[in-house]
Design a protein around this ligand. Structure first.
Ligand SMILES: C[S@@+](CC[C@H](N)C(=O)[O-])C[C@H]1O[C@@H](n2cnc3c(N)ncnc32)[C@H](O)[C@@H]1O
Length: 276
């Protein structure tokens, strides 16, 4: 994994929250929070919370006596999350803390549930990340996370990545395939979780539809609101705007000019911390 893959900083955090979250992350946040709520936890740890779309869904779905600790590696993402929550609903149940999911600053057995939306793919060592989640869970505690399925199953992303690759045929940006869509082998996920001490593992494919007012929004969201932005900028001409225009044109050719929609598919995973 390249160092840029985990750098959700600067303008990326802004475009991410404004355009990418409503496009592809919001529907899965409701779904993940519902899984967490059904487990009836008192203490929830969220890792890789980003700009807080799941945190907000958890706040809406969990009872008044639940405690939510929301963490992320990158402060700029948490800053957006805190701002959004101040506007949406101030909530004393939530504590924010910068934390690397592979080295959590929490005691053993201090949470009933760990939740992570589209973050596990960014962990440089997934078994270590899962093992950290297990360490901070009580025995019998639950881990819920989701990951994107194959890039071909996320239509907007697939079209944008192919369009941008045509601009740099000798050195196409590979972030999207390598990382967000790079951890979708069900057998690998299952065996990583077992190696980290989890049992009772379920992995379900969940489809949603991504909707945008025009091809422009997904073009900006994917080219500028993800670490692919840094890959494009590093490659020079035609630059970020040129690549975004090219992506927009490809989306228009495939989906049309007005409001557009495309399929997205994620794997939703649950596991139980095995005793002992
Ligand atoms: C695709 S975003 C998902 C954010 C959020 N969960 C959501 O659904 O919008 C991936 C997040 O993983 C975070 N991240 C990357 N590596 C991490 C690590 N080692 N520990 C914790 N967070 C990490 C990034 O900062 C980023 O916010």
């Amino acid at each position: 994994m390249s160092a840029i893959d985990k750098a959700f900083t600067g303008s990326i955090a802004d475009v991410y929250e404004r355009l990418l979250v409503p496009l592809i992350f919001a529907p899965y946040a409701q779904d993940l929070a519902a899984h967490v709520a059904r487990a009836q936890p008192r203490r929830v740890l969220e890792t890789a919370a980003g700009t807080g779309i799941v945190t907000r869904a958890l706040a809406a779905q969990l009872p008044a006596d639940a405690a939510i600790t929301a963490t992320d590696l990158n402060e700029p993402m948490l800053a957006k999350a805190k701002d959004a929550l101040k506007v949406a609903l101030p909530d004393r149940r939530i504590e924010w803390q910068q934390a690397d999911a592979l080295a959590l600053p929490f005691s053993d057995a201090s949470f009933d549930v760990v939740a992570c939306q589209f973050g596990v793919m960014f962990f440089p060592d997934r078994v270590k990340g899962h093992a950290e989640a297990r360490r901070v869970l009580v025995p019998g505690g639950r881990l819920f996370f989701n990951v994107w399925d194959r890039i071909e199953d996320s239509e907007f992303t697939d079209v944008v990545v192919q369009a941008v690759a045509e601009l740099f045929p000798n050195d196409p940006p590979r972030f999207m395939a390598r990382t967000p869509h790079g951890y979708c082998d069900r057998d690998l996920i299952r065996s990583d979780l077992e190696r980290a001490g989890f049992a009772d593992i379920t992995i379900d494919a969940v489809d949603h539809v991504s909707r945008a007012p025009s091809p422009r929004e997904p073009a900006i969201a994917i080219c500028q609101g993800t670490p692919m932005r840094s890959e494009i900028e590093a490659r020079g001409a035609p630059g970020l705007e040129g690549a975004t225009d090219k992506a927009e044109e490809a989306l228009r050719r495939r989906f049309g000019s007005g409001a557009i929609q495309g399929r997205i598919r994620a794997l939703v995973v649950s596991a139980t911390s095995a005793a002992g």
